[in-house]
Ligand binder design. Sequence first.
Ligand SMILES: [Zn+2]
Length: 412
Amino acid sequence: MTELTKTLELKLVEPNAHKRRKLRETRKAYQQALHDAFDARCTTQTEANDVVVDYDLSGYAKNALKKYVPQLTTTYNAGELHDDHPVRFTNEGLRLDHKPGNAIEWYVKIPHHEDYHLWMPAQPNPEQRDWLEALNAGNAEMGESRLFERDGAWYLHVTATRDVEVGSEASAEDRTPIGVDIGEASLVTVCHRDDCDSPTAPELWAEEGKTVRRLRKTYFTATRRLQTRGSERLADSFGDDLWNQIDDVFHRVTREVVEYAESVENPVLVLEDLTYIRESMDYGEYMNRRLHGWGFAKLHAQIRYKAAEKGILVETVNPRNTSKECHACGEVGYRPKQATFKCTNDACWVGEYQADVNGAVNIADRYLSGESRSREHENDDDSAEDGGRLTAPQDSQADAEPQQETLGTYAS
Ligand SMILES: [Zn+2]
């Protein structure tokens, strides 16, 4: 069993004027309490409690503030706070109700004042329906939730945790390793070996590679131009929009990768270890990969997450030379063209081979050759929970930034 935590995204469906007013009241009271407790430099729950206790807020919001303010005052260096902090509620502050027969199926109860709450219809991120159902059925545990307004719409983000069964009973030798190669030309390539050990069923997401390259290029040229003209805000919102489009592509591809794995008996998805990529790659190879590095960790995080949800194992292996070795004889060959691998061993039957598929088979093979690394450090930056959202694409490996609450609702 593995414990997964996910942020569930709900959009409140067109609250009427009365409910909007109530939501704003809650936010206003919360912001005032937060600012006062912050300005008073409360560093303990007790100190924070003394400040927030008199505010017209529910106990869930007050308790969240008691936990949150000491975190802020001890880690946050700014002299004053922004006004855009979401309203936090401690776990169990919300209630869910499911009415499968209704046009809007989900309702949430949002704490308002001490004895007053609001029931509101909410539209979940469609990919997270099963999580809401698990919460509703008591099969997942609710954590903190955050309420915020963006572009005139209200959203709730709810943290949920549940146990999932990972992997079947099959031993490592009985598993079918599926190599996952992330590349520049083909965004992702997967392949595995059949019962006779021949590479079979390669799948390439080449069109998506083109799409992502195009979007990224637009992003860099356009935001640079807007920034030179001093339009930082426009650059930001344009960047967010492009990033959401890239993220949509990533989500579709990683979902299809996991579907591929589901079609294979006793699958294990094999990824290249990002730590190795950073630490032990030769310079030329590192620079080649670095060009698409910012998407690398993001795709990995999404694959891990979606695989875990389906109970599919994920393993990482040493990536050294996976793109340069021949999958048949192990000889280090070369790429006459981006998409072609050429084996230089005269005795080998391979000759020329699709380069990304060759890489994927090499990655798969390392699972059984003992070059795999089991992941004990599940919470490091490469396995960022929930796909670690980005504020914008970055031209580096370090793309598993902490989640941004104000961005990407429904996009992650
Ligand atoms: Zn060969």
